[in-house]
Ligand binder design. Sequence first.
Ligand code: ATP
Ligand code: MG
Length: 180
Amino acid sequence: MEREIKPGPRRGLLIVNTGHGKGKTTAAIGLLFRALGRDFKGIMLQFIKSKKHIYGEHIMAERLGIEIRPLGDGFTWESKNIEHDKKLAAECWQQCREVIESGRHDIVILDELTYPLKYGWLPVGEVLDVLKRRNPDMHVVITGRDAVPELVEAADLVSEIQVIKHPFKKGIKAQLGIEM
Ligand code: ATP
Ligand code: MG
């Protein structure tokens, strides 16, 4: 029989999956899967994805009763209009904030949150303040390229996924079940 790894005292971690290589979101989903195995209550809030595009994880999450919530539904990001993007980011962040402040989850994934921070659509200070004041048992996972230095500084665990090879470079288009 496998021996269990003895867990340490519970302490909510701030985890960041960043870098330009593929696997940040899927690694976060892997963590969610593991946490749910421990009967944790988990949720994934997705910044960039809208409900218009269905991904394999949405289908499977529904089958398993896991909540993956695409934010900003019905809106589009238009990087030419910073005021529009700021308003949209603020509305998306408000939903994240409510989830975090409710304290009802053991693990909260904020998928692609690095982008609104990088582009200045959301104030980093405000986001970090909400994270700092969260339930101390709550694990939070943030994904996305180019995590801003303040976020890296505040995090307990930061992993950077680098690109060694990506089939896109060879002209191979996105694959069902791998990308979507
Ligand atoms: P995944 O959701 O597959 O875990 P990710 O979260 O690490 O990927 P994102 O930056 O969110 O990556 O990009 C999402 C999409 O872009 C994925 O379909 C992924 O395959 C693709 N992608 C990621 N890295 C690269 C790359 N270096 N070159 C081309 N496409 C990429
Ligand atoms: Mg991603």
